[in-house]
Write a protein that binds this ligand. Sequence first.
Ligand code: PMP
Length: 352
Amino acid sequence: MSIEKLAREQVQALTPYQSARRIGGSGDVWLNANESPFDNAYTVSGQGLNRYSSCQPASLSNAYADYAGVDTNQVITTRGADEGIDLLLRAFCEPNQDSVLICPPTYGMYAVSAENQGIATTQVPLTADWQLDMAGIDTALEADASIKLIFVCSPNNPTGNLINRDDIEALLTRTQGRAIVVLDEAYIEFSPEATCTDLLARFDNLAILRTLSKAFALAGLRCGFTLASPAIINLMLKVIPPYPVPVPVADIAEQALSEAGLARMKYQVLDLTANRAYLQAGLSMLPGVEVHPGFGNYLLITLDDADAVFARLGRAGMIVRQTAVANSLRISIGNRDECEKVLAFIRQQLSE
Ligand code: PMP
């Protein structure tokens, strides 16, 4: 089945809202968008904020396409990767009819976003070593024709491991013409060699989620991207709100993707990777603590006293996260001082 035919029927038939920026035009007298003619003091790189932004600022799409090594028509800019999840559900899943497949323990927004749109979730948990249960996924796909999206996260949040590339490829082959595989690479800059962007050339049913929130240190910017076949990107563009990329966001995102911005990001990734190694080595030496190898900017540890340690860390003003993995704590990699503090505190707790 073609990608278009996989879409929600109502989306296939939908004529997208024709915002003034989409209709476009050329000339000096712009009176088609009920904007104000006053360009007040708030300017970003010379562009006035009295005008609506472009739906998809071309220079930002080009910059991200260059960075990711894909074509510009394979990129959509969204309000964080989270909006990419929402748009894919909106484009492909019929409420109260279609469903999505998730592989817990994994990022919570896939299920919440689906639930929010009246879309059911089928769970096929990861195996004991936190890989895809390929036989289980096969059985679920056979049993349930309503599964339209399959969410895979690599590096996986919260477990931190990478998902085997062979399995991702097999899943894409298995689901071609049948379902979309949504591969969440939010943390990929911390393990760049694991990216699956090259598979976009072979599979039109692959959508890869990306973000500036993690390695680019821009969580407050709310800027993410989905990389996919032009067919998927066009369907997402049908359902995205009219002006999804604010002018200041595009401006800062382009700075982050400039040569200097990319160099800074890579330097910071090296710094955080060193801190992760430091924390991993330190925590591994503590009795009763298992540190799971982490490929993102966080580590998952399991220990008998996780609840108590979590509570005491909180009282000491150190906020980490509990996860769906039994007796676990997920610790984000901060600066060296923060890593030293959290390590020293946990060491002290466990020696008492
Ligand atoms: N995917 C994963 C795996 C995440 O952990 C997060 C953020 N916690 C997101 C997506 C959402 O990222 P964004 O800030 O770009 O919406």
